[in-house]
Design a protein around this ligand. Structure first.
Ligand SMILES: Nc1ncnc2c1ncn2[C@@H]1O[C@H](COP(=O)(O)OP(=O)(O)OP(=O)(O)O)[C@@H](O)[C@H]1O
Ligand SMILES: [Mg+2]
Length: 332
């Protein structure tokens, strides 16, 4: 029966192969798909779990802010997505690029063509002895783009970002906000599909931050570039449609902002907060809810026609807050 055994083995391989190529894999429609991402750092014998099974899907054309306390894993996520760091486990895909399986050469190509980055430290983004236009042209020169085309691209990008007047200035002759807007131009020079920015306004005052965030929004709206901004500043969420919160290396909640038009035609922005339901069906209940109802360890769930109710694990639990008085008319 040795032939059958071989056949079985081949079949198993074929099945595994098919499973790997499943068209319905998690987030196959999304531009960016992080599936159960884990990143563990080892330093001096201590293990730090910077990402603890993070799931995140981002559609092409979205503008997303990622917020979270210091140490929650925001920069780790961004280094993974920008191809600088490789996660310990999980899956991560950006467009056609499988970031877990790239060779060193593919990694370079990915970083040059698919994504652009802006860092918090203004000095890290620009070459100090080149002027703004030369900085924007640099990645294009490395890609072999001709001089005239490079110059035209630099003018176009700097104008779009509102810093055309800085073209001939070196970084030391610009404000922090101007430098960050030029840095966005550098990141966009090679026409990437995604722009990542890690705390791009971290060293700026509020007014200047707003200008930089407006530039990021213009990049998203006018060029259709997908923008992912990492920040610990909750006010950033006022400028983007979607804000994802990361807590302890996982996505915990999201705020979506939509423009609502009422019957008189006037527009207002409605922000709604959502808990994130992960692939395994887990939801994180906000701490305030858990405290008020003393929810811990175990809860009872009840499926209602339009929602799911969550109850404390206590028979006839007394609510911790005074209940609304019963409506007498409804009593039989
Ligand atoms: N190279 C590293 N070696 C060891 N631990 C690291 C390393 N980089 C990050 N960490 C740890 O991983 C965790 C997540 O760090 P990360 O930089 O992603 O946080 P963050 O959300 O960006 O924080 P911040 O808002 O302060 O920038 C932290 O506990 C951090 O100390
Ligand atoms: Mg960080």
């Amino acid at each position: 029966m040795s032939t059958t055994q071989t056949d079985d083995l081949e079949t198993l391989e074929a099945l595994e192969d098919r499973a790997r190529r499943r068209p319905d894999e998690f987030g196959h429609n999304a531009l960016i798909a992080c599936d159960n991402l884990v990143r563990i750092y080892q330093s001096e014998g201590i293990e730090v779990q910077a990402l603890q099974g993070l799931d995140l899907l981002i559609e092409a054309g979205e503008e997303v802010a990622i917020i979270g306390a210091s140490g929650s894993g925001k920069s780790t996520l961004l280094s993974v997505l920008s191809g600088l760091d490789v996660p310990t486990a999980g899956r991560v895909r950006v467009g056609p690029w499988d970031l877990m399986a790239m060779t060193a050469r593919q990694r370079v190509a990915y970083r040059r063509s698919m994504v652009g980055f802006v860092w918090q430290q203004t000095a890290r983004n620009l070459v100090p002895y080149l002027d703004a236009a030369q900085n924007v042209e640099l990645p294009l020169a490395l890609a072999g783009v001709g001089r005239r085309q490079r110059a035209a691209r630099a003018v176009e990008l700097l104008d779009m970002l509102g810093v055309g007047y800085c073209a001939a200035r070196r970084p030391s002759q610009m404000s922090g906000g101007e430098q960050q807007r030029v840095a966005i131009g550098v990141a966009l020079a090679a026409s990437p599909q995604v722009l990542f920015a890690d705390e791009p306004t971290g060293q700026l005052d509020t007014a200047t931050s707003v200008e930089v965030l407006q530039s990021l929004r213009a990049v998203n709206r006018e060029l259709g570039v997908t923008v992912v901004v990492v920040t610990h500043d909750p006010s950033v969420s006022e400028h983007v449609q979607r804000t994802v919160s990361i807590r302890d290396g996982r996505t915990s909640s999201e705020v979506l902002r939509r423009t609502h038009t009422d019957e008189h035609g006037s527009e207002s922005v409605v922000a709604e907060e959502y808990a994130v339901l992960d692939r395994a069906g887990r939801v994180q209940l906000p701490r305030e809810y858990r405290e008020v109802l003393e929810l811990s360890d175990r809860v009872r769930l009840a499926l209602e026609s339009s929602h799911v109710a969550v109850w404390p694990d206590r028979p006839r639990a007394q609510p911790a807050v005074p209940a609304v008085p019963a409506v007498t008319e409804e009593q039989p």
